[in-house]
Design a protein around this ligand. Sequence first.
Ligand SMILES: [Zn+2]
Length: 579
Amino acid sequence: MDFKEQLKSAVDISTVVGEYVRLRKSGTQRYMGLCPFHNEKTPSFTVHVVRQFYKCFSCGAGGDVLDFVMKIEGISFYEALKLLAERYGIPMPKRPLVADEDSRLREAIFRMHELALESFRASLAGPMGEAARAYLERRGVAAETTAQFALGYSERSGRTLLRLFEHHGFPSAQIEQSGLVRKRDDGSFYDYFRNRLMFPIHNESGKTIGFGGRALAADDNPKYLNSPETPIYRKSSVLYNLHRAKEAMRKEDRVILVEGYMDAIGVTAAGFRPVVASCGTALTAQQVQALKRHTQKIAVNFDPDAAGANAAERSINLLLEESMHVRILELDGELDPDEYCKQRGSAAYQERLEGAKGYFYWMADRARSKHDMHSTEGVVAVLEALRPAVQRISDRLERMAVANDLAGYIGVDRGVVLDSFRKAVAERQEKALERPKVELRPDERVLLNALVGEPEMRSVVMEELKSMEAIDRLPSRRIFQAAFALEATGGPLSFQEVNSRLEEGDQNLLAEAVLRDDVESSREEVMAAVQSMRRSGEQRRVVDLRARIKELERAGNREEALRLMAELPKLDPAMRGRK
Ligand SMILES: [Zn+2]
């Protein structure tokens, strides 16, 4: 067994996928969830535990556990192998697997980030880290929180990491691409982060991929400095703290979105685990999709100032487009989430969280405070302000329900609100992915399952099927042929082996037959399917023969027509015994 097969047999696909996608059990062999690879509202993404295969019945994405990890992490085959091996404690082969150039570079950059993390942590604990420790103390960050979030300190000298990387023998070309050092005009290097409190940023699997650094000196700008984009760090798809929060997000079915590192840390320390931060950048569609894989319910808790409210409003449009259920968590006393938790305590924050308003009420409040609701102009302006957001609700019924609620809330006649939003409703194009529906015969489905399923069942039907003409007329004939070909070469015959030999259309058909439902046929059912397939073959031959006889008669060839007619009773079971 090569390492790939060994690894695949050691990890369970539903466990791996379940780390990225909120799955629920569906039948005895399958899990279902919202597809992480396209935008959908009703789950068509299936993970089959017996076949160890995932399949989306909407967009067609499918594959084994390695395909999934490659696709969702955006990494190479080699990196996916390595990631799974590390995560599930499976020793990699002694002889190193061949990694391509890009994978090797990324691996080196990951390693440099691990070294940087340890170096920053050591500096924070050391004599140089005094000012940073004082800052943390002022902000009320406990020692265990500092450890939990692996906070650190980057020294003033600007040569700490550079020396470290050179000492570990990284070539300067790799060092330059790490994002942790910068190049001067004269070609020499210096550390990117200097005299800053360091927040490591992780990817979803928990690897350090970048840093945020907070200035400690009052005149240091900017206040927050983030790693530049590197081969391992794409800002637009990363959320701070997601790797720690995701399990709680799935379990509690909600997430709290805050703005800054300190907010995420403070709220987590107050006992709320499903917290992520957008880290100063505007929320992106990729970030929303990453959240949505774990939960669709979000409470947005931005800073209480105008900038925070504007950022919230911008984020919300994106969230609505991805069908997230959005609430706005507002804090009183001009406190940011971190300060609020520290000054008012967990219970007060919990209360605010539970009482968070649905997005539309919040937005209506904002619009109302700006306009005079006693004037017609004011009402029109408020409705105008709300319309773009209503338009973004992808579900038609939900849109109508929201319009209805809003009418009551802003005290405007329901008809007026519905009229105003009708346009929005009509303007929206429903983007549904429609795949041509393939109809599989029940006997065809049973036989395909027997063929790629249990070896005992397969040996019962194999010979019979190979000699059956009816197979060649089925939409799934190429699947049968691929299985026959595999058997002829003596190769292992399994769902995945057959699947890997098919074109995309046939892969979808096979998935339709063996992944869509829990099909476990008894020996009797399989035999009945063989019978039924054989009968349909005979019937087909009778139909063909009759057509041929008619043709001969029309052509005046009575002799040949009679000869063929004598063949009929042999073929047609209904005519057998009659003379
Ligand atoms: Zn999909």
